[in-house]
Ligand binder design. Structure first.
Ligand code: DP6
Length: 401
């Protein structure tokens, strides 16, 4: 085959972040990354948040190399190596079973990988999920592997398996000790709920204290609430959440999303020693959302928080402008020239006096750094324009940091 003689093969993909509405917290197998409960998430649109990865293989490369946002990084990371090994194993299996050589690229060639986020890592927006989903999608294309890949992405980071699909995605915990049934699948595509909107409220200052991996291990070891949650609460909630999504029932979806976020943070407090991811600004956002909903007499806005203080808000398109104005009044932007609203544009809304009095009861200038407006989006994408490769023909990063 002609392709077998290629000196250099190169593939670029992009992949999305996701935000869980039924949270994953706790592993039953640390090496295979098998969870103690199933989880469900919304994939976020790549126009606002994405990772781009280019992988190249060449007989001329002398070693495997990795660049993260333009800086060379250690390719020996065990989770990255696990993904690489699994994709190569699938490629070998595929070649063994098909008569003709489908992707004759040599598996023994060294590879170069470059990866970039279009959002600041400081935003604490599950960059590992987008990152590993992107790595696995890109490697799979490079080696001609198709089909079930969420199992491989899971080996990078648990939440990454959910970024392998667009829209609304469930990660089925599975039962097998080898993890072959611990997979993600799409519950509904991103087109299913066109009115749904997402606001990421990036809280100023403060880096993440305890990482997810270490935090959830301590929770598994010490929290009786987490055990109850995994065994009793989550199975019921997954069914309810799936129904709310199918029926596009925002009231039900929003309420359950908030309750599940709150229970996740309760398991963190129940962990010993306790873990605190929410800070004072997070709690003010929670109170604001509840005042807003109480004023309207029903759930129009919902919050969820992962392992950090930033809030992710769900609402519908007809409520975005009003809620954004409430956020702006409550957390007046610091005048440092930074754009306060980023992402999808939002129209202006004038707030009725009685809403202002009831909802905007306190102001915390500068407490929110910026707000990113986005919506549900599709899964990983192959870039077919060679201009989008992060590596040049020499296999080195094109735009150095
Ligand atoms: C709070 O997927 O980052 O965001 O599997 O150890 O890499 P590892 O953890 P990770 O945990 C995510 C936890 C969470 C909830 C969620 O996304 O479901």
């Amino acid at each position: 085959a002609m392709a077998a003689d290629r000196a250099l093969a190169m593939v670029t993909c992009t992949a999305p972040a996701n935000i869980a509405v039924i949270k994953y917290w706790g592993k039953r197998d640390n090496d295979l990354i098998l969870p103690i409960n199933s989880s469900l998430s919304v994939t976020l649109h790549q126009d606002q948040l994405k990772t781009t990865t280019t992988a190249a293989a060449s007989r001329d490369f002398t070693e495997d190399r990795l660049w993260l946002n333009g800086e060379e990084a250690d390719i020996g990371h065990p989770r990255l190596q696990a993904c690489l090994r699994e994709v190569r194993r699938l490629a070998r299996k595929r070649r063994g079973s098909s008569a003709e050589d489908v992707a004759p690229l040599s598996l023994s060639y060294k590879i170069h990988i470059a990866t970039e986020n279009n959002f600041p890592t400081a935003a604490g927006l599950a960059s590992s999920a987008a990152g590993y989903a992107c790595l696995v999608s890109t490697l799979a294309r490079l080696y001609g592997v198709e089909g079930e890949l969420s199992e491989v992405a899971r080996r990078g980071s648990g939440s990454a398996c959910r970024s392998m699909f667009g829209g609304f995605v469930q990660w089925q915990q599975g039962e097998r000790p080898d993890g072959r049934d611990s997979l993600a699948h799409q519950v509904a595509p991103e087109t299913h709920w066109p009115e749904l909107r997402v606001l990421v409220l990036v809280v100023s200052g403060e880096k993440k204290q305890v990482g997810s991996t270490a935090g959830m291990q301590t929770s598994v070891d010490t929290s009786p609430l987490l055990k109850h949650r995994a065994e009793v609460v989550v199975p019921e909630r997954l069914e309810q959440m799936t129904r709310h999504i199918r029926e596009r029932d925002f009231e039900g979806f929003g309420r359950l999303t908030m309750q599940d976020s709150n229970q996740f943070h309760a398991t963190c407090l129940d962990t010993f020693p306790p873990i605190f991811y929410l800070n004072d600004v997070s709690r003010r956002i929670i109170a604001l959302v509840h005042r807003f909903n109480a004023h309207h007499g029903h759930t129009k806005v919902a919050y969820t928080f992962d392992a950090g203080p930033n809030a992710v808000i769900f609402t519908l398109d007809d409520t975005v402008a009003e809620f954004m104005e409430v956020v702006r009044r409550s957390f007046p932007p610091a005048t440092n020239g930074d754009q306060f609203l980023r992402g999808l544009p939002i129209g202006s809304a004038s707030l009725p006096e009685e809403l202002l009095t009831a909802v905007v009861t306190e102001t915390l200038p500068g407490a929110i750094q910026y707000v990113l407006h986005t919506k549900p989006g599709p899964g990983p994408q192959l870039m077919d324009d060679p201009d989008q490769h992060l590596l040049g023909a020499d296999g080195l990063p094109r735009r150095c940091a």
